[in-house]
Design a protein around this ligand. Sequence first.
Ligand SMILES: C[S@@+](CC[C@H](N)C(=O)[O-])C[C@H]1O[C@@H](n2cnc3c(N)ncnc32)[C@H](O)[C@@H]1O
Length: 308
Amino acid sequence: MAKLEDRDWIIKHLGKLMQAGKEILDKSTLIPTKESPTYDKGYWTGLKLILLKYYLKPYLDILAQRKRVAYIDLFAGPGLTRIGDSKVPVPGSPLIPLTLKESNWQFSSFIFSELDIKYYNALKERISLINPSVKPQVFQEDANNMVERLPILLKGIDHALVFLDPEGMEMRWESLAKLCKSIDCDLIINFPSSGVVRNLHNSQTALTIENFLGTGGKPIPPEAGEEWAIKLYRDNLMGIGKDISTEIKVSSGEGDFHYHLIPAVKTTAGKSPWFNPIFGEAKKKIERMTGHVLGFISEQIEGKQSTL
Ligand SMILES: C[S@@+](CC[C@H](N)C(=O)[O-])C[C@H]1O[C@@H](n2cnc3c(N)ncnc32)[C@H](O)[C@@H]1O
């Protein structure tokens, strides 16, 4: 059950996202194309964006002061998300670090990929309306192929925050392993738990599951379920050097639909003591929340913002 402090935490982060979302929506009406697609999903979508926003400050405060850092978003979407029945506008994941000032420090480079041509065009148009001082590089490219191009695109960059938000199992394990080998990075991954469980023992999707999880050719045990899949994925992450990770369950609050967010980093020489305070706190708060409750809170924020 959500506590009062969780509600305040959500209000703090969602309020800023909603403000920025409204501004992007207003500017979007200037987009000349007939359609300006938005990514419309349930309120639970807001929780992953809150986690991303929340991590920007510590990430930039700690790293961007000393290093040149990049933000990489390989499943970028159209740049504007509308959550829940009320279609509350919030910036999509690529526009969060471009529209919200969470730190005195900023990324030196932004790299986005989005396969859908309409979303890709809308994202590019929205970026040009925002007109950021650091111009993002945007590609209409499969995320798995982008991984090959990153080392060249990141010349002169020391570290990256990589946000991976596929709808399903589009990111192959071997691509993720290659990404982690070729660049120094922290990851936030959206792990599609409900979809994985639904397909785990379906012979038609077996290859997709194996490619996604990285089973290394081993058969999926008949008793395997969600916990098995997440453990395998986190063990695999550990095997490629992302030896600190956690999983944060995000529930819709309607039916059993849920996904997990997996932040994963490499232990630093100082043993990364910041990981647990940052993500442990977020885990508690997000797991006590649901998409359903987020909907109520967004209505309260909306009411407050419109009376200001
Ligand atoms: C969950 S949505 C991303 C939402 C976005 N992160 C946001 O916050 O608004 C996943 C996106 O990935 C795109 N996509 C699907 N397969 C892809 C692939 N192989 N490579 C790149 N993008 C892909 C979809 O078109 C969709 O826009």
